[in-house]
Design a protein around this ligand. Structure first.
Ligand code: IPE
Ligand code: IPE
Ligand code: MG
Length: 244
């Protein structure tokens, strides 16, 4: 018999959920394991979360896999993380593609190894006609950098004569963001007990609901996603209005 979900299935679920997957290092440390063991287990949590989103009826899932500030970590950990990303994309492309998932990547690609860039392009290309879950992975992503890049691209277009400076507007700036094809996130979840945004989706999260959980990312399961959706359903989104 199917177990009733924790959330209210008569109420809308968030259309776009974004996740700051944090706590891999602490998960490993608690077990006396190297940090990479936490990252590996974290990759498993990503796989199951993709499936959970499909079950729950969430249309967009965006995950923060590597921030533009994560290069500050020891070279050995950066190498491990890049190795894991390479493995993950290679292994998942085919199965996600078969399941109808459309994969996109956001973040600055210029500092990524060329083989990772090739995998990214291949994954996007292979899944571009899929109409199931929209799954976006943020790699070497920083919200401030994304906005700066958009402003630079707009300035170039002004210089080239295709825009006038006074054309700038919210929709026009959004059209220069890497997230241009994604709706703003309705819900951002951060695991591991930290309560900050760490340069994730700064522009896009102007009216996003936040749910913080103390669960470490490698332990994140379907039930935790359902609980976050339930918490989201209890919120009243006002967008600056009076709520009447
Ligand atoms: C999140 O886990 C994964 C990345 C940021 C790549 P952390 O590696 O930040 O884990 P903690 O915060 O040290 O526990
Ligand atoms: C945020 O986690 C980045 C990712 C989850 C990829 P961090 O662990 O890097 O964030 P801070 O340094 O604690 O803010
Ligand atoms: Mg962390």
């Amino acid at each position: 018999m199917a177990v009733a979900p924790a959330f209210d299935d008569q109420q809308p679920v968030p259309n776009h959920v974004a996740i700051i997957m944090d706590g891999n290092g602490r998960w490993a440390r608690a077990r006396g394991l190297p940090r990479i063991a936490g990252h590996k287990q974290g990759a498993e949590a990503v796989r199951s979360t993709v499936r959970s989103c499909k079950d729950i009826g969430i249309s967009y899932l965006t995950i923060y896999a590597f921030s533009s500030e994560n290069w500050k970590r020891p070279a050995s950990e950066v190498d491990d993380l890049m190795g894991l990303l390479r493995l993950y994309i290679r292994r998942e492309i085919a199965s996600l593609g078969r399941e109808g998932v459309r994969i996109r990547f956001i973040g600055n690609r210029s500092r990524l190894d060329s083989d990772i860039n090739r995998l990214i392009v291949e994954a996007e290309e292979n899944t571009k006609d899929n109409t199931g879950l929209n799954f976006t992975v943020a790699i070497n992503y920083g919200g401030r950098q994304e906005i700066l890049d958009a402003v630079r691209a707009f300035a170039d277009d002004v210089r080239a004569g295709s825009h006038a400076p006074e054309d700038i507007s919210e929709p026009l700036l959004e059209s220069y963001l890497q997230s241009q094809e994604l709706p703003d996130p309705d819900l951002i979840i951060r695991t591991s007990g930290e309560q900050r945004i760490s340069n994730f989706l700064l522009w896009q999260s102007a009216y996003t609901e936040f749910v913080f959980t103390s669960i470490l990312w490698p332990d994140f399961k379907h039930e935790h996603l359902e609980q976050a959706v339930q918490e989201y359903q209890r919120r009243e989104r006002r967008y600056g209005g009076s709520g009447d």
